[in-house]
Design a protein around this ligand. Structure first.
Ligand code: AMP
Ligand code: MG
Length: 433
């Protein structure tokens, strides 16, 4: 497999570059900084037909080989004329030399005093520089077109050659995730194919003896594994290739096999569960045996414990994201850390999640010194401002709070209590969750 080129820095080297690094009380920003320094970027590039490239990461800058549009042309249906022939302060009368259609240009020369009937997108006839829209004109009894004084000035309703993209200009930059508009832009350049990075492969599994998969009986003391479904869904939204390795029992041999298989066939491995302090299981031990892994306590709520590092054979390592087990903590840590890391690994230029400022309808208790992510429902108040209220119980096991929410209130590291009416930052879930 064509692997990303790993930076050969040790985790200690990376830690020494992160100001305020303390694995036992790591602020969210420092953890993000660490991860950004750690992740390698996929190298392999493939060429795809533009319709197959939606949502993929552009691998090279695209330089326009042509002027778009290729000619000066009309932006309106109307009459093209010479602005020098507009009568100052009086109506102008022009006769017509012919008609210019989009795709069928008027190729003769236009005698003085005449104009050309012109359609939107038609090439501007030589010598004419201005278009008066048809609805502003009248046709006199003698067939001449009457343009009331002051209707247009020189250059109106004319689109200039190269005004969308000039030949040689960078049309799109490497690292973009291609949008529908980008596909249209590529088509406007006449480009059939586009170079994109190969898709990232991400393997994931759940750990915990209490977990049952759908279809299995729910034995006493057990829960259905939901994390594999939220993780699958969040990965789908990132457009990566996913490999679901199921639920892995809390046995060293089973864990070793799962980690080894995952590291052999994926660029990144995501696990949930088994990384908290009091864990009596083998997950952390096996992670340590198979790679270079750090165990963090992050100053955040929910989602305190997390493992980060790389596992596998030297030179063929996969990034490891060991997420906490609680279903809400999984989603919050995914959005706080894993999403950006996977985008960077995919070759995408990081785009921070947009934050909305909303009025909190209620007071929230918050200790400075950790980042809190509360699930919220954002709506528009009668005065047009955004407001947010918290979904019921905020326990990190209550997945319903995530499902009901349409945004996540971010109470930043240094922030204290919030009073009703205060403005808070919200990450809208639109298209995200
Ligand atoms: P852990 O981080 O392994 O200590 O798990 C913390 C809590 O999350 C426990 O109550 C687990 O039962 C629960 N949990 C762990 N993994 C999953 C999962 N895949 N689906 C649902 N709940 C889970
Ligand atoms: Mg567990």
């Amino acid at each position: 497999m064509n692997r990303p080129v790993a930076r050969m820095q040790s985790l200690e080297d990376i830690a020494s570059c992160v100001a305020g690094y303390d694995p036992n009380a790591l602020p969210v920003a420092q953890a993000q900084d660490f991860i950004a320094r750690l992740v390698p970027r996929v190298q392999a590039v493939e060429s795809l037909a533009i319709r197959s490239a939606l949502g993929r990461v552009l691998a090279r800058d695209i330089v326009s080989p042509i002027d778009v549009p290729a000619h000066d042309n009309s932006a309106m249906d109307g009459f093209a004329l010479r602005s020098a022939e507009l009568a100052p302060g009086a109506d102008t009368l022009i006769g017509l030399a012919g008609t210019a259609f989009a795709g069928a240009q008027f190729s003769g020369s236009v005698p003085a005093g005449l104009g050309v009937r012109i359609m939107t997108g038609a090439v501007m006839p030589a010598g004419l520089d201005t278009v008066v829209p048809q609805e502003f004109t009248r046709t006199d009894a003698d067939g001449r077109i009457r343009i009331p004084a002051g209707t247009v000035v020189a250059g109106d309703n004319r689109r200039l050659r190269g005004e969308d993209l000039a030949r040689g200009e960078a049309a799109l930059q490497a690292g973009r995730i291609l949008t529908p508009a980008d596909l249209g832009l590529l088509a406007s350049l006449g480009q059939a194919e586009v170079p994109v990075f190969r898709r990232l492969r991400v393997a994931f599994f759940s750990t915990g003896d209490e977990l049952r998969s759908i279809g299995e009986p729910l034995d006493e003391g057990c829960v259905y594994d939901s994390n594999r479904y939220t993780i699958w869904g969040m990965l789908q939204r990132l457009g990566v290739e996913v490999l679901d390795l199921g639920v892995v029992r809390d046995e060293p041999a089973a864990l070793r096999e799962a980690f080894t298989q995952a590291a052999a066939c994926a660029d990144a491995v995501i696990t949930s569960g088994g990384v908290s302090v009091g864990e009596a299981d083998h997950t952390k031990q096996v992670m340590k045996q198979l790679g270079e892994v750090l165990f963090w306590k992050i100053a955040m709520r929910p989602g305190r414990p997390m493992a980060i590092g790389r596992i596998g054979e030297p030179g063929h390592e996969a990034m490891l994201f060991g997420l906490p087990g609680n279903p809400v903590a999984v989603m919050v840590t995914f959005y706080a850390f894993v999403r950006d890391a996977l985008l960077a690994m995919s070759g995408a230029t990081p785009q921070p999640l947009p934050l909305l400022r909303a009025v909190s309808t209620e007071a929230m208790r918050k200790k400075p010194g950790r980042t809190e992510y509360q699930r919220g429902i954002v709506s528009q108040a009668a005065d047009g401002r955004w407001q947010v209220r918290i979904t019921g119980a905020q326990g990190s096991g209550i997945l319903r709070s995530m499902s009901e929410a349409n945004g996540m209130v971010v109470l930043h590291h240094g922030q204290g209590h919030v009073a009703a009416g205060d403005l808070v930052d919200v990450i809208p879930f639109n298209g995200l969750v």
